[in-house]
Ligand binder design. Structure first.
Ligand SMILES: Cc1cc2nc3c(=O)[nH]c(=O)nc-3n(C[C@H](O)[C@H](O)[C@H](O)COP(=O)(O)OP(=O)(O)OC[C@H]3O[C@@H](n4cnc5c(N)ncnc54)[C@H](O)[C@@H]3O)c2cc1C
Length: 555
């Protein structure tokens, strides 16, 4: 990212005086600072607001005291709210000396300069050199990317952070409860702070409490298909969908992948996948997702993010997918790889605390906020184990609440062994959450012994829930056959005579991964009988391309 030049802002209502100040400032400081001017206190204040919104640092205000409307001292009082560290200098006439002295206390004035300041080498530069060098030595370099400003305990703020980080969009998080100048700025955009977060962009624009599609559009992620027709539409961008898109595009199919959130799926939320072939020391789900997404794009697959598929229908020979924005895309073949969604923990008190201390999955964007805190992981399977190990790197203590009598029945041996030897993880077997409590954010859970029913409080600032998942197959409801739990059925049906599934219209049997609607395929966790592992999903997504090719040969 290119470094932002800090600003020196000069304000004077006399155009000739302002021009002279700007000229002298530029002559000496133009290499390191941008010199800006304003001809009134009011204009100066709106320039200050705009600079703050764009994340541009201001090093120095050089402001005339006597101006109609807002005078210099009043302007500096306002300016200090946005830029408390900037140096403040008043330009005064002899008659204003008293006001300048009073201002030293009112605004923490650094200096006042008498007009005229000529020659600047003697009467201007030595003072400003000194002030600017102390500013430089005490100020961190400015961040000139996307900034997300909000409150730590807001669900919408959490969702925006998660969306950006899962889509690999760099951003800086600013907690307005810890940063008064940014709070001031956010209040000027969202006066009662009801709509948070405010996402500030380097070009000076902002979005208030954006939904994923607005955010995706603004940060340059593709949300709309470029063509009306494709050979293959892949619904879902988890490991199965990504693998299918990589193979489809690499083998010359015009391929569109539609993902409602961020590529990576459940695997993308994993803090470390250790059993995926070829990564002996493990790989984070985010890294795996980023690599696979880049690979799919390199082969020419088109990827939509923040776009949900909401309908599927058949108009032979086409399969038509309806998207949440009402648009439609057609293809010869569709692969459903919509995976599973987390199961909800239904206990009293949980709803208002979601995103405010209570999170589903690993919520990696919250890791830094857990430093030295007490947190809790609910669940006893592999994903819970990975989560506990991940948060143990940050938290003071991680308590695992496991309903079963221990970790071993449901967790891989290697993970259980690591948890048992991690000193700041405590496993509480036979325990479940009875309710959660907190004022605006999670403070404690009431936990219950599953055998005795005895309840006790457990203080915590964050709870991460990993209690299983259910298939995400609503899109297929009423269109393709599903089993009693909602998983999509594929391939020949061994329970029926001739092996053909119900409603199957063709002479041939369905191909492997083909549903009971010809040309509609399913792979990964959403498929009935799937193995529910990253490698299995990748394998199914890849192998499904072979049968999709066979289908396309006959269309
Ligand atoms: C925290 C965690 C850790 C895990 N760790 C491991 C591990 O270490 N090793 C291992 O082998 N397995 C692990 N798993 C399991 C593994 O991640 C899954 O088996 C795998 O991700 C399944 O891939 P999938 O592509 O079938 O579905 P998913 O990963 O569930 O992806 C489905 C995608 O489809 C999208 N989608 C759903 N509906 C729609 C729609 N209507 N329109 C558009 N998009 C839609 C979803 O947003 C999602 O991105 C873990 C799972 C979790 C939750």
């Amino acid at each position: 990212m290119s470094p932002v030049r800090p600003v020196i802002l000069a304000v004077d209502d006399y155009a000739e005086v302002l021009a002279a100040v700007e000229r002298d400032l530029r002559q000496r400081y133009r290499a390191d600072y941008r010199v800006l001017g304003a001809t009134s206190g009011e204009d100066g204040l709106s320039a200050i607001r705009e600079l703050k919104e764009r994340g541009v640092p201001v090093a120095l205000f050089l402001v005339d005291q006597r101006m109609p409307g807002m005078n210099g001292t009043d302007l500096l009082i306002e300016a200090r709210k946005f830029y408390p560290d900037a140096r403040k200098v008043l330009l005064t006439a002899y008659a204003d000396t008293e006001a300048a002295i009073a201002s030293i206390n009112a605004v923490g004035l650094d200096h006042y300069l008498m007009k005229p300041w000529t020659p600047p080498e003697e009467r201007l530069y030595p003072v400003l050199d000194d002030l600017l060098s102390t500013w430089t030595s005490t100020t961190r370099p400015a961040y000139d990317g996307i900034r997300v400003a909000g409150s730590r305990w807001s669900r919408q703020c959490y969702q925006v952070k998660e969306f950006l980080s899962r889509n690999n969009v760099p951003y800086q998080w600013i907690d307005i409860d810890q940063d008064a100048p940014t709070r001031e700025l956010v209040q000027s955009i969202s006066p009662d702070l009801s709509a948070l977060p405010v996402v500030l962009f380097p070009d000076g624009g902002h979005l208030t409490c954006p939904n994923p599609t607005e955010l995706a559009d603004r940060v340059g992620l593709r949300t709309r298909a470029t063509m009306p027709f494709y050979d293959l539409v892949v619904v879902g961008g988890g490991p199965a969908g990504l693998a299918n898109a990589v193979y489809g595009a690499s083998e010359g199919l015009r391929t569109l992948m539609v993902e409602q959130s961020a590529p990576g799926g459940q695997a993308g939320t994993s803090s470390r996948i250790e059993n995926y072939l070829g990564f002996p020391s493990g790989i984070t789900g985010a890294d795996l997702a980023a690599r696979a997404t880049a690979q799919a794009r390199r082969f020419g697959a088109e990827i939509l993010t923040a776009q949900q598929a909401v309908g599927l229908r058949r108009e032979d020979p086409y399969r038509i997918v309806t998207l949440a924005d009402g648009s439609e895309v057609s293809a010869y073949a569709v692969l459903i790889a919509t995976g599973m969604s987390v199961r909800m923990l239904e206990v009293p008190g949980i709803e208002p605390l979601l995103g405010a201390g209570v999170y589903y999955g690993a919520a990696l964007s919250e890791a830094a906020a857990c430093r030295d805190a007490d947190v809790c992981v609910v669940g006893g399977a592999n994903s819970a184990g990975q989560g506990a190990l991940f948060f143990a790197r940050y938290a003071r203590k991680v308590t695992m609440l496991v309903r079963a009598s221990g970790l071993r029945p449901s967790m891989s041996h290697y993970l259980a062994a690591r948890i048992e030897t991690t000193p700041n993880i405590e496993v509480l077997p036979g325990m479940q959450v009875a309710s959660v409590e907190g004022n605006g954010h999670l403070e404690r859970a009431i936990i219950r012994d599953v055998h005795s029913g005895r309840e006790s409080p457990l203080d915590m600032s964050a709870m991460f829930i990993f209690i299983g998942a259910a298939p995400r197959s609503d899109l297929a409801a009423g269109v393709v056959a599903r089993d009693e739990k909602g998983f999509i059925l594929t391939g020949p049906d061994p329970s029926r005579r001739g092996g053909k599934p119900e409603g199957w219209p063709l002479e041939r049997d369905p191909f492997l991964f083909e549903t009971n609607v010809p040309g509609v395929f399913a792979a990964g966790d959403v498929r009935s009988g799937a193995n529910r592992r990253v490698a299995a999903a990748v394998g199914e997504g890849s192998a499904a391309i072979y049968t999709i090719h066979k289908y396309l040969e006959a269309v």
